[in-house]
Design a protein around this ligand. Structure first.
Ligand code: ZN
Length: 233
């Protein structure tokens, strides 16, 4: 999930121990966690970025974004976040449903009115000319079939929407739980949460860090709100 901003390859985690001799003559070990661009390690000309980045600085930048996300989530009401995720399509569908139902009713009325005319004509009552009835009937029936198909597709759309809403509600619940527990969570839990929220961390020379949020995180605030560029200090 961490990439080199210069060559685009994945940065690899590296833990190294360096031993130096102090002025007193005693050896002292230094430990460092870093992310390295192995493309650059293999061939210094293949990448114009840095070879090594301090892991702690990059992790700090990622944590900052995650904490900002949580503080924004805590300040935003559930309904607002769900609507953003659903892109407000909910109301449009319920209006479309009413229109589609009305269209089916109208088409049914038109067909049964013609059928009544046909019966009247057979009984010798005063009615539309039978040739007009025969001409209109297939058209009215086709309109009815079309209206029924449209209504069925709207109903499917509404079903899909309600499934999506359920999924978003579940995701939102997880986000709220994470927001409340993140600071006290274990290292592994924090890692898991960060992996759910961040899609890509891109590191450029001089620790310019660009962070892309995952869809799970982004959808609740519309797009791009949480794309961010941090300069780690
Ligand atoms: Zn690189």
């Amino acid at each position: 999930m961490i990439y080199c901003g210069s060559c685009g390859s994945r940065l690899g985690f590296n833990h190294y121990i360096n031993e130096r001799t102090l002025a007193s003559g005693d050896p002292k070990q230094y430990e460092r966690n870093t992310y390295r661009c192995y493309k650059k390690v293999d061939n210094s000309k293949a990448c114009t970025g840095q070879t090594t980045y301090m892991a702690a600085w990059i992790n700090e930048a990622a944590l900052k974004v995650v904490r900002r996300f949580f503080s924004l989530a805590k300040r935003t009401p559930n309904e607002e976040m769900l609507n953003a995720a659903l892109n407000c399509t909910n109301n449009i569908s319920s209006i479309s449903l009413k229109h589609a139902e009305a269209a089916v009713k109208d088409a049914e009325k038109a067909v049964s009115a013609l059928e009544e005319e046909a019966v009247k004509s057979l009984m010798g009552e005063k009615s539309l000319d039978i040739s007009i009835i025969n001409d209109l009937m297939p058209k009215k029936k086709a309109t009815l079939e079309g209206a029924k198909e449209h209504l069925a597709s709207i109903r499917l759309e509404i079903e899909a929407e309600s499934a999506a809403k359920e999924k978003h509600q579940y995701e939102l619940k997880s986000i709220r739980t994470w927001a409340d527990t993140f600071d006290d969570a274990s290292f592994d839990t924090k890692r898991m949460i960060i992996a759910q929220l961040l899609e890509r961390v891109t590191v450029h020379r001089g620790y310019k860090i660009h962070i892309n949020m995952s869809i799970t995180a982004k959808q609740f605030f519309g797009t791009d709100t949480l794309n961010t560029t941090l300069k780690a200090s």
